[in-house]
Design a protein around this ligand. Structure first.
Ligand code: SAH
Length: 463
């Protein structure tokens, strides 16, 4: 019997008996395991989504941060040579090189970019409550859809591995552990993959460039006995029923920036600046319509500038195909908008906004996720829920109940940090509103979802 048929049959048996997130979580609480807590980062740190975006030199939106030319980095030299040889780069190429160039891209450089000493802080790093709510959601939805074992958990860009660690703790409390599941990380950074491995497995293994077992570059086993695999791309991950998770991943996928002019759509490009500009690079506009401007601007577009992430679209379509063919579901969490914002491309360094063209390879580059665009890629085949705000999702998943339990078990000084962490995650002026959650389910479960919509995406209490 095919995976999807098996999955639909299991669904039939279990649809009446699933646990609500809160029931599941309370069940976990009765096992008295993992009621520890930590507030991972100093709460004075900055999330990447904070300030409004920077624009380009030529729009005049970007403040002139310096009058002396900024430092030359190894990546800058490569980019200058490339531009001199073949002309200005698209922002897409610039962003891609700046982030994942294997020798000198930001994610290849080997520094720890998260937390107080890094460049920014992410929700899983702020408090374990975040990952626990996601863990409860995964358990709940997987259980509803038939709880096929082993559960293949796929995470894109796992950072320090903190989110997965919290998810695994919740799943263990709910009885899903060891070989009941397998973990598949899609991660380009060798250093971060090592951090993830040390965190989950307690030690690290050498790279496996080729293996008969599959196309992973590294394999290990968690301290709880669950196999973990690392890949550079989703195409190498086994095609099975999977739960896909992406937190602050789509925002680092490169974007094209396209601008409406009186002569039609043009593309923002990066050129060398040999004049007296503050950086060694500057923005210019393409003289003619580039392939991206031809391909990616919708005829009904009303904005004067758009940022388009073709890699985000392709990834969403790939996930959708897997969900349709093999069964599964996905949770995409990121800061973003519903297709209305522009001018969100920006850089972060040392918890401050940084000019994106300054010292390439040394700062994180990001653009807000266009959730409307992502949804458009998949809505013919899949059922989508959201995007809802982080605050809405976490509140509906029972974060307040979790906070109350943690407060009960903590010392007064820890209580203060817990409350600050809770506020930072849920307050609409902090991370509560700008961060959004989007869920993807296979079309085959449409009627079932009408009856049992996914936890976290609907309000099941009165305000
Ligand atoms: N999810 C984590 C980390 C977010 S930072 C958190 O929220 O804390 C982005 C992560 O994506 C890093 O782990 C980075 O190494 C990885 N990454 C960036 N670009 C990638 C790409 N093109 N393919 C795979 N991983 C990538």
């Amino acid at each position: 019997m095919g995976t999807l048929a098996r999955f639909s049959r299991r669904l039939h048996y279990t649809c009446k008996t699933f646990l609500s997130p809160l029931q599941a979580f309370l069940l976990a609480e009765t096992r008295k395991e993992g009621v520890c807590f930590d507030v991972r980062a100093s709460l004075s740190t900055t999330s990447r989504s904070y300030d409004t975006a920077s624009g380009s030199d030529e729009t005049g939106k970007q403040p002139n941060l310096s009058i002396i030319k900024t430092a030359e980095t190894p990546l800058l030299k490569q980019l200058q040579a490339r531009i001199k040889f073949s002309g200005p780069l698209t922002v897409y190429d610039y962003m891609k090189e700046g982030l994942i160039n294997p020798l000198s891209g930001y994610y290849a450089a080997g520094q720890d970019m998260f937390g107080t000493k890094g460049d920014y802080v992410t929700s899983p790093e702020i408090s374990q409550m975040f990952g626990e709510m996601v863990g409860v959601w995964i358990f709940n939805e997987w259980y509803k859809l038939g709880s096929l074992k082993p559960l293949q958990l796929v995470e894109f860009g796992p950072g320090r591995g903190t989110l997965m660690q919290d998810i695994l703790r919740v799943l263990k409390q709910l009885g899903v552990k060891g070989r009941d599941l397998s973990i598949h990380f899609v991660e380009v950074s060798p250093e971060l993959s090592q951090n993830q491995e040390e965190r989950l497995c307690g030690s690290s293994q050498p790279y496996t460039e080729t293996s008969d077992e599959g196309d992973f570059y590294k394999k290990n086993t968690t301290t709880g006995g669950t196999p973990v695999f690392w890949y550079r791309h989703l195409s190498s991950v086994p095609k099975r029923f999977s739960v896909f998770v992406a937190h602050e991943f789509f925002d680092v996928l490169p974007v094209h920036i396209l601008r409406k002019t009186k002569d039609g759509w043009r593309e923002l490009l990066v050129d060398v600046d040999e004049g007296d500009g503050p950086h060694h690079l500057r923005y210019v506009l393409s003289r003619t319509e580039t392939p991206a401007a031809k391909l990616f601007v919708e005829p009904e577009e009303t904005r004067d500038e758009v940022e388009v992430s073709p890699d985000g679209a392709v990834l969403c379509k790939d996930i959708a195909k897997r969900i349709e063919d093999n069964g599964g579901l996905a949770l995409i969490m990121d800061y973003g908008h519903d297709g209305k914002l522009t001018d969100t491309f920006r850089a972060f360094k040392n918890h401050k906004q940084h000019h994106p063209l300054c010292e390439p390879g040394t700062a994180d580059l990001t653009a807000d996720v266009d959730f409307a665009y992502l949804k458009k890629q998949v809505q013919e085949d899949l059922i989508t829920y959201g995007p809802v705000t982080q605050s809405f999702f976490l509140q509906n998943m029972g974060i307040e109940a979790r906070l109350a339990t943690l407060l009960k078990n903590s010392k007064p000084e820890e209580q203060k940090n817990l409350i600050s962490a809770y506020k930072m995650l849920t307050d609409r002026h902090q991370m509560g509103e700008r961060f959004k959650f989007l869920a993807l389910f296979p079309g085959v479960v449409k009627n079932f979802l009408i009856k049992y919509p996914p936890a976290g995406f609907y309000r099941d209490f009165d305000e």
